[in-house]
Write a new protein. Structure first.
Length: 83
């Protein structure tokens, strides 16, 4: 085996968005995660909505815009039939 080609294996912290900190070993000193066993619905039994970067809001805005465009198209089609 070649010497000095492997990364250092050091004590590390895994930090969750909920504030939970887990001590382990890794090649990186700090690992940031979005969800862990302390806040995951499967382990806690509680449903929790995680809205990362407003994805739900973006979807609702897109859906509203599509509905408005469809209504405008239907109104325009109705005016053409009356002529």
């Amino acid at each position: 085996m070649k010497a000095d080609i492997h990364p250092k294996y050091i004590d590390a912290e895994i930090r969750c968005a909920c504030g939970n900190v887990i001590k382990t070993k890794s090649t990186k000193p700090t690992i940031l995660i979005g969800i862990c066993n302390a806040c995951h619905p499967f382990y806690t039994g509680q449903q929790k909505f995680v809205d990362t970067a407003g994805r739900v809001d973006k979807f609702q805005q897109r859906a509203a815009k599509t509905a408005a465009a469809q209504a405008a198209a239907a109104a325009a089609a109705g005016k053409k039939k009356k002529r």
